[in-house]
Design a binder for this molecule. Structure first.
Ligand code: ADP
Ligand code: FBP
Length: 335
């Protein structure tokens, strides 16, 4: 007799976890949580080293509870990360599938950003290995989670640098352009700008009005002797250096000194903050629980303090806009 009804998820015995794309502080907490949740639920858990590159090369090892001891406080990723061109080809993905099959791996936890989820989606659609993602990027530009793992640490790193630059900017009456990371998104710039008391924040999401900036800077000079301008690396006008030169040219005031500091990869490293450790741990656990309950092709994120599973298609395809209240705050508080 045929029995109809909802299909029960096939019981899983072996899963693997990997980190891919840009690394971010808190990824280790996420790995640790995925590994230990898997073991707690009776699974064999494997680690894939160097993301999709390691999947293609078969760089896959069994992980135990002690394999993830003493990593929660560390930046970077113990599984290493890589950007893999070969995974973008059907041949590369076939090799990856063969390696996973050889280990009997039936489910994946993919920790990374939108590129990682794009790869995971294509791979799932081709080979059907259930995959749940965790949002690991400092940029916070992923739909389906209030914050991404690593964002809070990156903002705090940028903030610490801005505080230090502010001391010397004030001492010498200088105008500083500080470039923070954010190829396509201005979240780090906005939050570090608010926290650092920046006069202006320039982000890829909005068109930067150079004339308005110059006008305001000239006006501000009557009340302030130094200024901090935070520029996201992907601003439409270019890098902090390019923007500084454009502003300098327009201000035409030889008494004013302009300086540029590019913070760069220090924002990607360092010990994760408490927030990133908790977020990483929650997402890692939710990813494994999601896999075991039959979820796939989606990301485990946290929205309003609750675990939420969002299809990869939405995480990749839907925009995550900046909070307009944050932008207004910068304008008002910089007078
Ligand atoms: N369209 C795609 N098809 C297959 N794999 C992809 C695709 N886009 C990205 N990937 C894989 O995901 C990896 C990580 O993506 P990347 O954009 O570098 O980082 P992030 O995940 O941090 O956004 C890439 O190196 C590539 O191997
Ligand atoms: O030096 P890399 O690895 O290209 O990383 C730089 C990039 O990392 C980021 O912080 C995050 O990028 P991902 O989306 O790939 O995680 C970008 O803002 C920045 O341009």
């Amino acid at each position: 007799m045929a029995i109809f009804g909802a299909l029960k998820p096939k019981p899983m015995k072996k899963i693997a976890v990997f980190t891919s794309g840009g690394d971010s502080p808190g990824m280790n907490a996420c790995i640790r949580a995925a590994v230990r949740t898997g073991i707690y639920k009776g699974l064999d858990v494997f680690g894939i080293y160097r993301g999709y590159e390691g999947m293609i090369e078969g760089d896959i090892k069994r992980l135990h509870s002690h394999s993830v001891s003493n990593i929660i406080q560390r930046g970077g990723t113990v599984l290493k990360s890589a950007r893999s061109m070969e995974f973008k080809t059907p041949e590369g993905r076939k090799k990856a599938f063969e390696n996973l099959s050889a280990h009997g791996i039936e489910g994946l936890v993919a920790i990374g950003g939108d590129g990682t989820f794009t790869g995971a989606k294509v791979f799932y659609e081709e080979f059907g290995i259930p995959t749940v993602g965790c949002p690991g990027t400092i940029d916070n530009d992923i739909y389906g989670t209030d914050y991404t793992i690593g964002f809070d640490t990156a903002v705090n790193t940028a903030l610490e640098a801005i505080d230090k630059i502010r001391d010397t900017a004030a001492a010498h009456d200088r105008i500083f352009f500080i470039e923070v990371m954010g190829r396509d998104a201005g979240f780090i710039a906005v939050e570090s700008g608010i926290g650092g008391g920046a006069e202006f924040v320039m982000v890829p999401e909005t068109q930067t009005d150079l004339d308005a900036v110059v006008k305001s800077l000239k006006k501000l000079r009557k009340t302030k002797t130094s200024s901090i301008i935070v520029v996201a690396e992907g601003d439409d006008l270019g890098s902090a250096d390019v923007i500084m030169k454009l502003v300098k040219e327009k201000i035409q005031d030889p008494s004013k000194e302009f300086k540029v500091t590019t913070l760069g990869h220090i924002q990607r490293g360092g010990n994760p903050t408490a927030r990133d450790r908790v977020l990483g741990s929650r997402c890692g656990m939710a990813a494994v629980e999601g896999l075991l309950s039959g979820k796939t092709n989606c990301m485990a994120g946290i929205m309003n303090e609750q675990v939420v599973y969002t299809p990869f298609a939405d995480c990749i395809g839907l925009p995550k806009p900046l909070n307009p209240d944050h932008l207004a705050l910068i304008d008002i508080l910089s007078i």
